[in-house]
Design a binder for this molecule. Sequence first.
Ligand code: ATP
Ligand code: MG
Length: 570
Amino acid sequence: MKISKMYVHTLRDDPAEAETPSHKLLLRAGMIRKLVSGVYGFMPMGYRVLKKIEQIVREEMDAKGGQEILMSAIQPAELWQESGRWYAYGPEMFRLKDRHDRDFCLGPTHEEIFTDIVRSEVNSHRQLPLNLYQIQTKYRDEKRPRFGLLRSREFIMKDAYSFDKDQDGLEKSYQDMYEAYGKIFTRCGLEFRAVEADTGAMGGSDSHEFTALSEVGEGVIAYCDKCDFAATSERAQCVDAPFDKEEKELPLEEVLTPGKKTIEDVSDYLQVHPNKTIKMLLFKAENEVVAALLRGDRELNETKLVNALGIPEHLLEFASEAEVQGITGADTGFAGPVALKEDLKFVIDSELIHMKNMIAGANKTDYHLKGVNYGRDYQGGIIQDIKLIDEGHPCPKCAEPVKLARGIEVGQVFKLGTKYSESMGAFYTDENMQDKAMIMGCYGIGVSRTMAAVIEQHHDENGIIWPISLAPYHVMITVINTKNEEQMETAENIHTTLQKAGVEVLLDDRDERAGVKFKDADLIGIPIRITVGKKVVDGKVEFKLRKESEKIDLSIDEAISKALSIIEAK
Ligand code: ATP
Ligand code: MG
């Protein structure tokens, strides 16, 4: 392909709105174009990469017996009402009505649709197991669409759904998908970890997330170097701190803490460690106000809190300042569990109930209470681990200090069980003529997000460095002087030879300065560059790999065979 004929428009400068390397480089290299916030189109170079990722996904899914189908993006509300998610899914769902006032959505995911298809056509154990998948456009009205393809509102997902007769079958299907995902992300050149994950709004029991390690990732994983523990920070169980069983309960005492509103201020002022204070956070959860209580030096894990409450995440929001004042009768910063004006639902971190003589807000502006003890001074509540794990906390498996890393969630696998098959009536008749609910699993990969994640891991200050497996083209032939007949002829010959050998090759025949051409080749990230310049009179061309700085002069034949061997090795 000749660049002069190609629809590719690179930008010299970083677009102002782009924050992460992948977002900047995808735009600058002319791979994607933005329509509106979180909605992108793929240009020829970018679309080639996307199709390569899709192809890798397809091959690995097929290798595990997956069968590809393509379902519609438009989905009727009735199916979501059957599963109970029409309400639970919340504002992330793009909803629309047709001319007859019937409700629809643009699919954010397809559990309901696949369950519906299978329930109407599968009724015997002989038709199971089944793994159906699609590579299709998803719609989610994200609260914060950002970072280009990393969190967009329209994106490409591979979603697969497995249907099994029994739990053993599900275990096998899940294991198969887990293995396929490992192969897919390895072939894409990603450095990733598979970690235990929360099941969230999807429902079901076990789940793993595949996380591409990256500083720009919105996810945090906790892992242990001493054992195999690895989980998302949302999921990671925390170990309660030890406590002094002998400590005697002291009487409650009100102390003046003028203007001391934060844990830090209060503990400094009263000369105690923050782990002797109680942090109380007030939320509105669906229709009630909830107080989450934990030790002052801990951070709240909101996922654990919504799980404890059994509500979807979008129904939890911080209480406003006015609401806090209404409930506590005091300014914010002085809320505590003792002597509240109104009864609140408490969710109390499991470690807090053993802590003696704590300091908490007095529900009176400028005052705190000393000597606060669970059981005597405040009672009840849902008692659960609602802490967020942090670097150095003890590993829940082996107690060694855990480490944290940031990453991008590129895929997630779930054991769903019978949540959808039971609510939507996906049953089959077993060998003994008994009706049973199918056991399901679901498995997603962010195909377009993976493209961005690969760039986050493979770039330098000059541009993208595509692994051969995903590169839009393998080789860029750069002609230094297009007016020089010998240079042009040699370049065209190399182009033809490589093309015949099945190499995806570009010929930069533009009437531009060499510097401009090199810059574009680096920006777009073509793995191999062959430069045809003056030395062609001696039968030599220059050979360079995008990921290395070294350039070598080779004969034309040598350059061709070196390119071929590098591409074949991949
Ligand atoms: P996140 O926590 O990042 O919002 P999710 O848990 O909502 O992701 P899933 O419902 O498991 O995601 O969707 C399957 C895959 O789709 C994810 O692993 C991710 O790679 C991709 N994905 C999800 N949301 C987006 C998005 N807004 N933009 C691009 N890819 C996405
Ligand atoms: Mg999401």
